[in-house]
Design a protein around this ligand. Structure first.
Ligand code: DGJ
Length: 371
């Protein structure tokens, strides 16, 4: 079995995907899960990623993770591991199976300790959307300090999907604005809630995703309020900023790793609970509008180890262009003590007749060559 994984033809790549989806292999030998290689034969390095389809090509953007994994700093409130930030990677493919490395499209800036892109900072979950009016490719990122206290979102922009992306800076969304569904109690000055605490400076933003609707309106979904509640913000028409119109969703449900997609006129959500790099049960929900109300549908995963999302955490749901009924659930299998060794799990989203969906642990990429 190992020999199959040592070369990276399409066939071996498919085999690698099957293996990384197999429950018996989860966590057994990390090297087996490194088998998804790019067209140069190197392991794909695009974690917490998302995919943009543009003019016949899929672009997969992700966190380029390399180097040493630092252990938790016990003096800080946050106790996870981290690597130095190197940048955002991009891979391209016409078939979703073989991926060409397009290099780093956003680079760390080791010479500027004040920069969001300094190696000692955090840059996670890049998602790129295309603005048909400005013809710009806009990247949204979770930007943070090493202790995850800054909780900001960042924006970068490019004229081409394959970059380079110009970093525009970071901010906390919707400063000075109340969400459309804020209650009178939320707004009382000095009220003991995070929403009111952060009203003037902008709301916290950690794990995030962006979603573009059929009418070209774009929405930013992000974990806010100390990760207790998610927010969804309408972006400005140029997609470069939040507009001030936003809603609180999944109030008090402590969700992160959001992924949003649309099918049959309905909006669907997949995410996770908040357990740092450790996997937990996926969450899902459906709504008639990005602003909600969202109805939770429970854990969509079915099969062995469904209770921890097959040892993975959601990052994106990818609509397959050639098959309007086909969506791919993209997830990360984090290796929290060796983050660059983290791997990927891609599975199909299966819609049910009652309007819900499931994510089964199947030999999904059997069909990859026909995508
Ligand atoms: C879980 C998030 O989903 C990841 O993107 C990352 O921020 C880790 N937490 C850090 O512990």
């Amino acid at each position: 079995m190992r020999s199959i994984l040592q070369f990276c033809s399409v066939a071996a790549l498919v085999a690698g995907l099957l293996l990384s989806a197999h429950p018996l292999l989860a966590g057994s030998d990390p090297h087996l899960e490194k088998s998804w290689c790019d067209t140069d034969g190197r392991p794909i390095n695009a974690h917490g990623g998302g995919v943009l389809f543009y003019r016949g090509v899929y672009y997969w953007y992700g966190e380029a993770k390399s180097g040493r994994t630092y252990l938790p700093d016990c003096n800080k409130s946050w106790g996870g591991t981290r690597v130095d930030l190197t940048g955002i990677s991009c891979y391209s493919s016409t078939h979703l199976v073989d991926w060409k490395n397009e290099g780093l499209v956003l680079h760390a800036t080791p010479d500027d300790p004040q920069s969001d892109l300094y190696p000692g900072r955090v840059l996670e979950r890049p998602k790129v959307i295309y603005n048909r009016t400005t013809r710009k490719f806009v990247m949204w990122l979770h930007v943070d300090t090493a202790d995850y206290a800054a909780a900001r979102c960042g924006v970068a922009v490019s004229d081409q999907p394959g970059g380079p992306y110009k970093y525009l800076g970071s901010f906390r969304p919707d400063a000075g604005c109340w969400p459309v569904n804020a209650t009178a109690a939320d707004k009382i000055p000095g009220a003991k809630n995070v929403l009111e605490r952060d009203f003037k400076t902008g709301q916290m933003a950690r794990d995030l995703t962006v979603f573009v609707d059929d009418d070209d309106k774009a929405y930013l979904f992000y974990s806010s309020e100390e990760n207790l509640t998610m927010h969804v913000s309408l972006l400005t028409d140029d997609y470069l900023h939040t507009s001030g119109k936003y809603a609180r969703i999944f109030v008090g449900r402590s969700m992160e790793a959001p992924a949003v997609f649309k099918h049959g006129g309905k909006y669907y959500f997949v995410g996770s609970g908040c357990t740092a790099w450790a996997p937990n049960a996926a969450r899902s929900a459906v709504a008639n509008s990005p602003f909600g109300p969202w109805t939770e549908l429970g854990n969509p995963c079915v099969g062995p180890d469904a209770t921890n999302t097959f040892h993975a955490q959601s990052t994106f749901v990818l609509p397959v262009q050639s098959s309007p009924e086909m969506y791919i659930f993209m997830a990360d299998r984090w290796k929290q003590w060796d983050l660059p060794a983290s791997s990927y799990l891609w599975l199909p989203v299966e819609f049910k007749t009652n309007g819900t969906f499931q994510i089964p642990l199947v030999k999904f990429m059997n069909t990859a060559t026909s995508l």
